[in-house]
Design a protein around this ligand. Structure first.
Ligand code: PGA
Length: 245
């Protein structure tokens, strides 16, 4: 059974100075929990400061990456740049990138391939909007999105199920909702990757907090969480980490 992954997604928050203070505060308060890995997905500009100040054993990554290797792509950041500073992960296909930047499943798959080619583990995000769930089509929709987003992608991957209606809204899917989708995703991964699928972690994301993380991550097919709002304050991060004991 792989470690539970507590992945933090700062989104577009924290300057490098604020990132340094956060990391220093974390260093003073963090105690590793057996079987739990903590990883911080920060804005690219914050990563060098984080590398220098994070407590030992805490990994880090970015929130997006270019689908291209290198070259004339103004404003983009390549997977090799992230790998060079020691990033372990990169989030790809977050619903905010899909919505505001019109990223397609095919682009998400290319980004994940780039990440893997450079030694990073992509955290591939999928999840349905409210209208899809209300029609009862959330499982079929999410699995189709995942299939497209994993095309040509190897088994060294993390999947994050984030129902869009639960992101930043305070509405959390129930632990049973997370488990239903986690089980369906694990089945798809087993079809696609065979024995290698046993090591793939499927996370839940959407309004996860210290007081609901244990219930959600206690489900057999949920192997961790991707956390936005509650990742910004160290006290909440410590609360979530400790709740997974
Ligand atoms: P939230 O965000 O925890 O603020 O709902 C989760 C995410 O978007 O990854």
């Amino acid at each position: 059974m792989p470690n539970t992954l507590l992945a933090l997604n700062w989104k577009m928050n924290k300057t490098p100075s604020e990132a340094r203070s956060w990391a220093e505060e974390l260093k003073g308060k963090y105690a590793p929990v057996d079987g739990v890995e903590l990883a911080v997905m920060a804005p690219a500009l914050d990563l060098s400061t984080l590398v220098a100040n994070l407590p030992a054993g805490v990994s880090f990554g970015a929130q997006d990456v270019s689908e291209h290797e290198a070259g004339a792509y103004t404003g983009e950041i390549s997977a090799s740049m992230l790998g060079d500073i020691g990033a372990a992960y990169v989030v790809v296909g977050h619903s905010e990138r899909r919505d505001y930047h019109h990223e397609t499943d095919a682009q998400v798959a290319k980004k994940a391939q780039q990440a893997q080619a450079n030694g990073l583990v992509p955290i591939v995000c999928v999840g349905e909007k409210l209208d899809v769930r209300e029609k009862g089509e959330h499982v079929a929709y999410t699995l189709a999105q995942l299939k497209g987003s994993l095309s040509g992608v190897g088994a060294a991957v993390v999947v994050a199920y984030e129902p869009v209606w639960a992101i930043g809204t305070g509405k959390t899917a129930t632990a049973d909702d997370a488990e239903e989708m986690g089980a369906a995703i694990h089945d798809l991964l087993a079809e696609q990757y065979g024995d290698k699928a046993a090591d793939i972690r499927v996370l839940y994301g959407g309004s996860v907090k210290p007081d609901n993380i244990a219930l959600i991550c206690g489900k057999p097919h949920v192997n961790g969480a991707l956390v936005g709002g509650a990742s910004l304050k160290v006290a909440d991060v410590i609360g979530m980490n400790d709740a997974l004991k």
